[in-house]
Design a protein around this ligand. Structure first.
Ligand code: GAP
Length: 470
């Protein structure tokens, strides 16, 4: 059943041009995806919404777009060369590789510890558990876990040696920390203030999976919010509230499918004092879509130490220098997109529009927030063999294109075209019919209520603008 829903979403994404496996004509490449015409619209809408909510609507937050490849010292200072690792176990028979911590987690979730002769406490000792379990693929013996660094290596210039080696960034955050002084020196920002960034991140995940949930190339939307030490706990909690507001009130994700999960001490990243995950209830269970961490002064202190540049902040009110603490809300664009697709996916057995073909009776309606819909408005002439009707419909299409993301569709029966648009979440369908020729109006159909109202073409832009958030 779970597999069924995920499979249906994956298939919809492929069939309708949201997401394609990357390099498909060459057999694909694990953990990489391409975003088709509808996928790129949806992703852009998510990113625009985040940027507006996190940056434009706040006086004390500015944006940044830093490079993907940075001096390798950045990764030494941040601790990523040493600590950005996952435990990897390999099957001695089939040579498949697994994340050892995920195998242990599977046992914890299955509640079958007794079968393996393990207690709850044993599960914290990954190396011990691995000796007791077998390869999930072939039943072979697993190697003891070794730490595998997730950063993709690359080399600068033609010579490939230690001196030219660096990495594709595994998080956008470090680009912000190394620009912290540039922002202080060029913008009139005062603590507390934030720097936000959206951009690609790369991780050589051992086991990418669950479609676009865990990939090797993805986009992050990250804010580093610099605060006075001592104010960090209170501001951390405020950001958790703010971020929940974005998911529920702005994106419209169902509240009951979201939860806040605080990290246990042993789970915390090397830089974090505290951290919570915002999780979404995916068809297979809860999964992290955002992490909110109190990174303390770890990153700035490290960069100050490694670069020799003074990164302290002079607080005029307090008349003293300090290294600010950092609160970081960080989420992945693709995970938010996947959560929206799962949240909005509705399959209606028997259909809700009149159809003559039984095979078409199960209908999909993608009820995502209309402000995020990849196509806002579809323009549909009732028939395509009546030139006055198609001409008028094309005129409406031309008129609306500079205001909304539109699609013109005249092929197939009107019922079929409605279904086609419902499936991709188009917010409104406009139908130009015989009456339109005399009355200069059309019908506007709401995706969610299926309510149809007649609107004068002269009033249409204003009418539709009022339906979307500016
Ligand atoms: N700067 C902090 C940081 O990178 P993280 O929890 O490792 O923290 C933040 O990542 C977010 O990035 C996650 O909540 C998730 O949404 C997204 N993310 C992380 N790894 C990912 C992957 N392999 N594929 C897709 N999204 C990922």
């Amino acid at each position: 059943m779970v597999k069924d829903i995920v499979q249906k979403i994956v298939s919809l994404c492929k069939r309708r041009g949201f997401v394609f496996p990357s390099s498909e004509i060459y057999g694909g490449i694990g953990g990489f995806y391409d975003f088709g015409p509808l996928g790129v619209e949806l992703k852009n809408n998510i990113k625009r919404s985040w940027w507006k909510f996190m940056i434009h609507e706040r006086e004390n937050v500015v944006g940044l777009d830093s490079s993907v490849v940075m001096n390798s010292m950045v990764w030494q200072a941040s601790g990523h060369t040493e600590n950005f690792t996952d435990p990897l176990s390999e099957c001695k028979s089939c040579h498949k590789r697994f994340r050892a911590d995920h195998l242990v987690e599977d046992i914890r979730n299955s509640g079958k510890m007794n079968e393996y002769g393990l207690s709850d406490n044993d599960l914290d000792d990954i190396a011990k558990v691995i000796t007791k379990i077998k390869c999930p693929e072939c039943g072979g013996e697993l190697t003891p876990p070794r730490q595998f660094n997730l950063m993709f290596k690359t080399y600068i210039g033609p010579v490939e040696d230690d001196a030219t080696r660096t990495y594709l960034r595994p998080e956008t955050a470090q680009g912000i920390f190394i620009n912290y002084k540039n922002i202080l020196d060029t913008q009139r920002v005062k603590i507390p203030f934030g720097i936000g960034q959206i951009g690609k991140a790369f991780r050589n995940e051992i086991t990418p999976g669950n479609f676009i949930f865990r990939t090797r190339e993805f986009e992050q939307m990250e804010l580093e919010y610099f605060v006075k030490p001592g104010n960090d706990d209170e501001i951390f909690h405020k950001w958790v509230e703010e971020r929940m507001k974005w998911y529920t009130k702005i994106l419209g994700i169902k509240k009951e499918r979201l939860r806040i999960r605080p990290h246990k001490k042993e789970e915390l990243a090397h830089y974090a004092k505290s951290c919570v995950d915002i999780e979404y209830l995916f068809p297979w269970g809860w999964g992290e879509i955002e992490g909110i961490a109190n990174r303390q002064d770890f990153d700035l202190s490290q960069h100050q130490r490694f670069s020799g540049i003074d990164l302290r902040y002079f607080d005029e009110k307090e008349n003293k220098y300090y290294i600010p603490y950092v609160i970081e809300p960080s989420c992945g664009v693709e995970r938010v997109m996947f959560a929206l697709l799962c949240d909005g996916f509705n399959e209606i057995e028997g259909g809700r529009t009149k159809t003559t073909k039984p095979a078409e009776r199960s209908e999909i309606v993608l009820k995502i927030n209309r402000n995020l819909a990849p196509i806002q408005v579809a323009i549909l002439p009732l028939v395509r063999n009546k030139e006055e009707i198609t001409k008028k419909a094309r005129e409406v299409y031309q008129m609306l294109r500079s205001h909304f993301v539109c699609q013109y569709d005249e092929s197939g029966s009107i019922g079929r075209r409605y279904r086609r648009q419902d499936e991709i979440g188009t917010a409104f369908c406009l139908t130009i019919d015989f009456e339109s020729l005399e009355q200069d109006d059309l019908t506007c159909r709401d995706r969610d209520t299926m309510e149809q109202v007649r609107v004068k073409i002269g009033d249409l832009i204003e009418f539709l603008k009022n339906k979307f958030n500016k």
